[in-house]
Design a protein around this ligand. Structure first.
Ligand code: ADP
Ligand code: MG
Length: 356
């Protein structure tokens, strides 16, 4: 059975005499042991979804099933999940040990078991030896790990994390992403992770649900969500993408051909034989050169408007003959010079399978 299942979940709030629908019919199924992310912009309904799984809010409609049992109406402390918030809210006057032990003590766990389990947990979050410190004597990343240990020590079957790294600076956040993934693997429980940061979701997740305005626009593994965005929203929200458009001139064996100018072609397999087509290409899928490309590839002429050297990559911005601004990421070989300079006329090319 699934660890967490949502069926037709809707949540509306009454706010100043108006009905705000935060979640508009969400269906999803999260497997036991999965690292699952809810990714979407601020206000899309991520926190509301998590609060319903945890039991802090009840759905207006639909079912929530945890480990096979319908939990609608079941209070948070009787659900086998735990939640970690962005503001980790540690008890400031208690030591690290006491913060982590808090939940166990409340359940009258025998003293030596408390010592053993808290010790194990501090080991896992890499805070062994810091057990006597107060939260204010720890860095932000360490405090976040105490909050994690405090949630995990109760051995929930699933852990819900709502933007847990939001308060940390970029470097620490990246280090913690790796840590969180390791900890999840080590404890082997289901993690549901909420973030508005696409990089974070792509790095850590087994699967991602991309949310927008209360609905899931796409659900799949990171590579699929990135390489094959199901909607324009997903394409725009995840990664950088170039959107091109044109009118189909002819078809060639099931492939629609757009011919913006001499030598230029955009090949769109499976598109309608006539009419306007809009397509998306990722910046790293496009090659840039000084001559028209050979072969069955898409080709567009343009003028370089900006070159930004970034070490590993150089980013080119190119204004095409059709007036579109196209961003191209070129990976820098060890001794290569820039492919082109600002003002140069260049040719962009990519394989048709890389646009969608
Ligand atoms: P996210 O976590 O993705 O930023 P939320 O789930 O917090 O989004 O909010 C989704 C929408 O629901 C927002 O428009 C928010 O203002 C609204 N909302 C959330 N909680 C309440 C509430 N208790 N009362 C009224 N509106 C709410
Ligand atoms: Mg939120």
């Amino acid at each position: 059975v699934a660890a967490i299942e949502l069926r037709g979940v809707v949540k509306s709030f009454q706010s100043h005499g108006e009905t705000v629908t935060a979640v508009r019919g969400v269906d999803l199924s999260i497997a036991e042991g999965e690292f699952f992310s809810l990714l979407g912009p601020s206000g899309c309904g991520k926190t509301t979804t998590m609060r319903m799984i945890a039991g802090f809010d009840e759905p207006t409609e639909g079912q929530i099933i945890l480990h096979g049992g319908d939990v609608v109406g079941v209070p948070p402390n009787r659900r086998d999940v735990n939640m970690v918030f962005q503001s980790y809210a540690l008890f400031p006057h208690m030591s690290v040990f006491e913060n982590v032990a808090f939940g166990l003590r409340r359940k009258n766990t025998p003293k030596d078991e408390v010592t053993r389990r808290v010790g194990e947990m501090l080991e896992i979050v890499d805070l062994a030896g810091r057990d006597k410190r107060r939260p204010r004597e720890l860095s932000g990343g360490q405090q976040q790990r105490v909050a994690l240990a405090r949630a995990l020590v109760n051995r929930p079957r699933a852990l819900l994390l709502d933007e847990p790294l939001g308060a940390l600076d970029l470097k620490l956040r990246q280090a913690m992403q790796v840590e969180l993934k390791r900890i999840q693997r080590e404890v082997g429980i289901t993690f549901v992770y909420v973030t508005h940061d696409q990089g974070e979701a792509l790095t850590m997740s087994d699967r991602i649900a991309v949310m927008n305005e209360g609905v899931i626009e796409q659900l799949g593994p990171p590579r699929q969500v990135y390489e094959r965005p199901a909607t324009a929203f997903v394409a725009g929200f995840i990664g950088t993408s170039n959107v091109l458009s044109g009118t189909v001139a002819r078809t060639d064996g099931g492939t629609a051909v757009i011919e913006p100018g001499p030598g230029e072609r955009i090949l769109v397999p499976g598109a309608a034989a006539a009419g306007d087509v809009e397509l998306t290409v990722r910046p790293e899928k496009i090659a840039i050169g000084l001559h028209p490309p050979d072969g069955d590839v898409c080709a567009l002429r343009g003028t370089v408007t900006e070159v930004v050297y970034l070490g590993t990559f150089t980013n080119y911005t190119v204004r095409t003959s059709t007036g579109a601004e196209v961003v191209v990421f070129v990976q820098n070989a060890s001794s290569a010079d820039d492919v082109a300079a600002s003002g140069d006329t260049v040719w962009l090319s990519w394989e048709p399978r890389h646009s969608y």
